[in-house]
Design a protein. Sequence first.
Length: 616
Amino acid sequence: MVMLYLPCAPKDITVTACISKLSDPKVIVVEKAGIAYPAYISCLKDNADYLDEDFGKDANDSQASSTPGDDSFVLDEWDTSLLYLDPGQWKDQDHYEVLGISKLRWRATPEQIKRAYRLRVLEHHPDKKAKDGDINDDKFFKCIQRAYAQLYDPILRRQYDSIDPEVDFEIPKPTETGDFFKIYGEVFEREARSNFDSWRSFEYLDEEKERVENRDEKRWHEKKNKAQRQKRKNEDNARIRKLVAQALAQDPRIEKYKNEEKIAKEKKRQEREEASRRAIELDKKRQEEERLKELRLEEEKKKKLEDGKKEKERKKKELRKLRQDVRKIFEDMNYLSLATKEDMRFSQERKMAELNLLLENLDLEETKSFNKDLAKVDGKVTDVDAARATVAQYIGKAVEKIPAVGSGFIIFAPGMDIAAKIRQSKAAKSNAENTDKFSSAKWDANELELLIKATNKFPGGTVNRWTTISKWISHHSGLPERSESELIKRMSELKKGSKTKDGVDVKELQFQKTDTSNLNIKDEATIRYDGPQVAKVPVSSEPKKKSEAKPKVEKQWSTSEQAQLENALRKYPPSWKGEGDRWENIAVMVNGRTKKECKLRVKHLSEMVRQKKSQG
């Protein structure tokens, strides 16, 4: 007899309460079954604590140690027909029989599978056969390897065990009579290995899609295999449900349990009826109290609803009266119109429509304030102007709350303009964060000259070229450093020879460095007596005629310039889609060359390549 004791109360408990009385002790019969029972027996033998956290491990260890066949492990009798197995038809072979453990089958442990594999390998390894003088045939050895790979992997073994042809998965017929435990014992032992969440799968029966080379056919095979696996899984689930239903219907323990449960329910029903008869008066009294309480609560709820309706109606009446007062003020002030030609084009109906729209978008407090502000004026011209300003002010508040109503105000205040200003103010606020804090300074002639010198001093390919140029110009000019984008942009303008962004001609800036018109020479020119005498030539006031323009000689491209051009073309290919002009960016990377010269050079090189292809 096993004595079960109540657990101790928690240590942190502070309040005790009596829920009900303990029932009288009863003697019940507990079936010795389950994984906890071996653990309990082990604890009794070892004098250990039954509630220890590791008791489940002991049970598993005891089960593992009691696995049949551990101590007396013997392979099956050798069958010579196994030597004729084809490794290509490995799905048709019995993997357990190949390893010699066909009697154990799904009961075999991983250690037994490994041991059987080693014994088979020692006997049928191709090297051993060749040494003994046998024919060097490794077909059966490949079958052994395939069987071991299939059974030692837990997932692959489950796939094979799910369709094991040597295992009978048929369930007993419902009409079969006899000892229930004999008939269903082996069936439940066979099915119990799948647990309640069945791991049976049918991937092993899939058609091998690896043999198919066509991708579409592989997809078709995969889709077909998936559908067949699902069909087999559904059939297996239906089989398990049928087995459970039959077992429940024929198990004598279930029938006994149901009868006992029926008797217990009947007894409880009688006790409940007896208790209900004894407590009928108390129930009626309690129901009456609850009914009266519900009536009181219902009356209070109705009263609150009526008070709320009255308050709401009062506010509506007050708001209606305030709106009527505002409309009366409008009528007294001739609808706030100065009767000018400009205001006469608006009808009184239009003005009242805008007033009603304004009043609909003002709450009670705002309407009170609006009425109070309008009541201060007395109908004079100046007061009417103040009233119109007040109306415009409240229109602005309404539009600020609901910008969509701005289109309904035209006369007293431009509602659309107010809504637009609100949007513009928000947009301006966001744009102000993105604008530059400081505008770029203008370029003078000295700074431009330093820029040209710096680009020649630091050619393309220099590390951090434009940062170095900016620091160099700032050091020699004493001005703040320029940004990289500003230097590149100004250099491209100089190469074009056009006007800068500030509208100043580059030639004019260069002329500022060479202009000597304002130079005053106070002393006369000295005469050199030791040198040859040169006849004085009278200076004519008329400017000399310009000589005929000589043909411009094209400047030859150097090796460094050609390399810079090639690097620029790689960086900015024809498919480049970035900021700025492509050829301007290329010209910036080639020192001393303009955009036009770069284009002509590329055109010349393309023509040379075309000629070579046509000749060859």
